[in-house]
Write a new protein. Structure first.
Length: 153
């Protein structure tokens, strides 16, 4: 299994050869957290937060949006992604969240192509509200690169 990476920060493109899979990923440029109205930004325990867009042609995933906050999301909660004046909801399961349909993925990706930043708000099982901000600089180039490298045959 070969894995290559572009150097397009903050949205590098990762490419796996067999089976063909591509994804772009970014970590947040800023994070705030609060619990019960109290700022706990300097006192949260979690793994790395990451925002992904995946292209796995063999599995039918062509532009699947996902986000992990690096912690377990509150049960039956949603993750909110705001890009400019647009707002999107991702459904959650454990530490992961997804847009839920190819149409929802496409709408979010279109907004992200035009945006400056994506602000992601989620709630942990402990009731901590975490807000991660992602720069969208280079997002459109990375999406184009990944979609070409992993285009269906």
């Amino acid at each position: 299994m070969g894995l290559a990476q572009s150097d397009e920060a903050p949205w590098p493109v990762y490419v796996q050869e067999e089976p063909a899979r591509c994804w772009i990923v970014s970590d947040p440029t800023g994070t705030t957290a609060s619990r019960g109205g109290t700022d706990v930004s300097g006192n949260i325990s979690r793994d790395t937060a990451l925002f992904f867009v995946s292209y796995w042609p063999d599995d039918g995933r062509m532009g699947e949006v996902s986000y992990t906050g690096g912690y377990q999301f509150a049960e039956d909660s949603v993750v909110t992604v705001e890009v400019g004046d647009d707002s999107f909801e991702l459904f959650t399961e454990g530490p992961m969240s997804w847009a839920g349909s190819p149409e929802a993925d496409a709408r979010l990706i279109a907004a992200m192509r035009e945006g400056i930043e994506a602000v992601v708000t989620a709630t942990s099982t402990r009731g901590t509200e975490v807000i991660d901000t992602f720069s969208l600089q280079g997002f459109d180039r990375a999406i184009d690169d990944a979609s070409v490298r992993c285009a269906p045959e």
